[in-house]
Write a protein that binds this ligand. Structure first.
Ligand SMILES: Cc1cc2nc3c(=O)[nH]c(=O)nc-3n(C[C@H](O)[C@H](O)[C@H](O)COP(=O)(O)OP(=O)(O)OC[C@H]3O[C@@H](n4cnc5c(N)ncnc54)[C@H](O)[C@@H]3O)c2cc1C
Length: 294
């Protein structure tokens, strides 16, 4: 039978002290926040992996570290990694200054999961079908990682390396997400097998800043069509410096097909994802550019 040890450190000092005490060689250390991804995975592992192959597991609960507030200072919004998804949606600063995050989270999971799951857990889960990642990429968000010796900042667009994989090291905790508020608009669109409580078949986010009706800055990201969420630079190039008409957006959105590499899975075929990705990208860009329709 695998041995489990559960700790709920009240400060980072205590967290790193416990990590020191734990034997890194023999013990596997796992962080847990809301547990909505972690617990089902543990359950799967309990049934699937023979007990003699299981190392002792040191579970570190992050919910008492005080990284669960939302602060706006000098045009930067800082969201604590342990903020619950529903609390972010209801936060007045987010509602006023980052409505795209409300638009995104309202399409994620259901009430129960959103009441328990955290934004940090969602990011660190690093699923290619994750819904918050496209939005953080187009907002040019920074993720702040803390280890015992240092704190470092990584851009959302450079954070994910594969399914379930990030540049974070095993001893680094994601403490907060920082978003520099800009004057453009962002939008998130999701296609799922049902209207609600479903994972994305394809999702897309876009950020657009226009000057005299010409597209000045644009960022586009698409999810569930490759090993990580993908930043669509060819689509962006096709939009930059242009007046954003329906035709320009439609032509640019087709360039997403040169950037994605979808697979067949339980939720959809690669064929279907290739058909729908340009449509979702186009819808996200149009909404961010303030063009009505669909
Ligand atoms: C029924 C259901 C529906 C779902 N629907 C959606 C959906 O529509 N869209 C979507 O994007 N997701 C969805 N999810 C996924 C899940 O709800 C989210 O990913 C959730 O936000 C995870 O947060 P958590 O706090 O529960 O993470 P946990 O389960 O606690 O942790 C997840 C992972 O992140 C690590 N981790 C957590 N916090 C930190 C931190 N601060 N620093 C370092 N590592 C950390 C943990 O070690 C673990 O590996 C769904 C899940 C379920 C069960």
């Amino acid at each position: 039978m695998r041995k489990y040890k559960f700790e709920a450190p009240q400060s980072f000092e205590e967290l790193f002290e416990i990590m020191h005490r734990a034997n890194f060689e023999k013990d596997e250390i796992k962080f847990v926040a809301g547990g909505t991804d972690f617990v089902p995975r543990l359950n799967f592992e309990l049934n699937m992996i023979p007990s003699e192959q299981k190392q002792p597991l040191q579970i570190m609960y992050l919910g008492c570290l005080g990284i669960d507030s939302i602060i706006e200072k000098d045009g930067i919004i800082s969201i604590g990694a342990c903020c619950k998804l529903n609390d972010i949606m209801k936060n007045p600063v987010i509602c006023e200054k980052l409505p795209v995050l409300v638009e995104t989270i309202s399409q994620m999971a259901g009430l129960t999961i959103r009441n328990t799951g955290t934004i940090g857990g969602n990011i660190m889960n690093a699923s290619p079908a994750n819904d918050s990642i496209p939005t953080f990429i187009v907002l040019d968000a920074n993720f702040i990682l803390k280890s015992e010796k240092k704190e470092r900042t990584v851009k959302a667009s450079e954070f994910f390396t594969g399914p379930g994989k990030t540049v974070a090291k095993p001893d680094e905790v994601l403490t907060r997400i920082e978003i520099n508020l800009k004057k453009g608009h962002a939008s998130f669109k999701k296609l799922g097998r049902r209207q609600a409580e479903t994972l994305s078949v394809v999702n897309a986010a876009a950020y657009v800043e226009q000057e005299n009706s010409v597209c000045k800055t644009v960022r586009v990201a698409v999810g569930s069509v490759g090993p990580t969420v993908i930043r669509c630079e060819r689509v962006e190039v096709a939009l930059r410096g242009k007046k954003l008409t329906e035709d320009v957006i439609k032509t640019a959105s087709l360039k997403v097909l040169n950037e994605i590499n979808p697979i067949d899975d339980l939720r959809a075929s690669a064929w279907y994802r290739n058909k729908t990705a340009p449509v979702m990208v186009s819808r996200a860009i149009k909404a961010a550019a303030g063009i009505r329709g669909e």
